[in-house]
Design a protein around this ligand. Structure first.
Ligand code: MRU
Length: 380
């Protein structure tokens, strides 16, 4: 896996400083987010094994970016496959097994397994008529490429729906100050972002007073990545320690909280970066609206509640050492560590779920009916 400080793959964006995924057919480069904001280095991803490593080691992270990078790493692999001599059904099992392998990289974000399921459906339906393996590989590549485009479009829609809804439901008419957690921006997606997309939209509409972002220990996605994006876009912003959130809310400086999601269960319980649940409890106590912003690919209707969501536990080094485990030791030797990467916020602490199809709000019985919303949105 080679590294190179500037992507030269002809992607149109004049300024791709915040571009986590640089893709053109046959070539995938991922911005090494472990090194941001001090260094901007792209890693060349040659195949699904490189893709798996980049996801596991958080070179790329954020639920949508994980799914898209996985799909494209296999697209690059099959595009550069010299000569695949096997019949179409062997091409199908080749792709299916690689997708299963990629899904094993990180368990909590549903977008990855959702993408694998959808790609398998495409492969399966093409295989019914395909006379050669090459045809299946080409259709796979096209389907993976569509995911990149669709994610960017859905983030723009999330930003716009979220900004209008929050402005409509604000107690005060003035500019709005938002608090967010982790990184849910361009770096966590195909571009623009989900929760950070809502903050971007408020800013570009001239309705944002200030964005507050938490440090997001132990991997510091807030202080390293979200602060990097906010400064890059000249959005008025302030970084706080995770433990300062309650005091900030108590100071009256926060009008609303918006966070991302890794998996939203059918009842609205939401898994997101560790610390989200604490923020939701604080927001409830201070009567501050708490929004989740996520594409429908983050919804898992197969889970009735958040109890069934698998929570990834990551290396103790992330707490024992600085820089998310890559720096010098700071903690006392010999101490045991518990390092869950995510937690689950129960639906009763969530005011609304902002999606690309609009905002999911609670019905008369103060619960979310996400299945009804998804059925209506997908039947349009
Ligand atoms: O461990 P990470 O950095 O992948 O966690 C990311 C988050 O929790 C995000 O909030 C979530 O994936 C949504 S990203 C649009």
């Amino acid at each position: 896996m080679a590294n190179d400080s500037s992507p030269s793959n002809g992607n149109s964006a004049a300024d791709n400083t915040l571009q986590a995924i640089c893709y053109s057919r046959g070539s995938l480069r991922l911005l090494d987010q472990r090194k941001l904001p001090l260094e901007s280095v792209y890693l060349d991803i040659k195949d699904s094994a490189d893709g798996w490593f980049a996801i596991k080691e958080m070179v790329v992270r954020g639920a949508p970016a994980i799914a898209i990078s996985a799909a494209l790493s296999l697209a690059v692999e099959v595009f550069n496959l010299q000569a695949f001599k096997g019949p179409p059904d062997e091409a199908v099992s080749f792709l299916d097994s690689k997708l299963d392998y990629l899904v094993s990289s990180r368990p909590t974000a549903v977008n990855l397994s959702d993408a694998a399921t959808k790609l398998k459906e495409v492969i399966g339906s093409v295989a019914k008529t395909a006379s050669e393996a090459r045809i299946i590989f080409e259709r796979y590549i096209e389907a993976a490429e569509i995911m990149l485009k669709e994610d960017f479009a859905s983030n723009k829609a999330i930003g716009s729906h979220g900004a209008s809804f929050i402005k409509l439901h604000m107690k005060s008419s003035g500019k709005i100050s938002m608090l967010t957690h982790c990184n849910t921006g361009s770096l966590a997606t195909a571009g623009y972002g989900t929760a950070l997309g809502v903050i971007r939209a408020l800013h570009f509409q001239g309705s944002l007073e200030r964005a507050y972002c938490t440090e997001t220990r132990p991997f510091n996605q807030g202080s390293r990545l979200t602060a990097y994006e906010l400064v890059h876009d000249n959005i008025p912003a302030t970084l706080i320690a995770d433990s300062a959130a309650a005091a900030l809310m108590n100071s009256g400086k926060v009008d609303a909280v918006v966070v991302g999601a890794d998996r939203v269960a059918a009842n609205g319980d939401t898994a997101n970066k560790i610390g989200t649940y604490s923020l939701a409890l604080c927001a409830k106590h201070h009567d501050i609206p708490f929004y989740v912003a996520a594409p429908l690919t983050s919804v898992d209707l197969s889970l009735p509640s958040g109890r069934e969501i698998i929570i990834e536990e990551r290396s103790a080094k992330e707490l024992l050492n600085t820089r998310g485990g890559l720096g010098e030791q700071v903690a006392a030797s010999g101490i045991s560590v518990w390092n869950p990467a995510f937690d689950v916020t129960p639906a009763d602490l969530i005011s609304g779920i902002v999606t690309e199809e609009g905002v999911i709000t609670k019905n008369g019985s103060d619960t979310f009916d996400i299945k009804a919303f998804v059925d209506k949105a997908t039947s349009r």
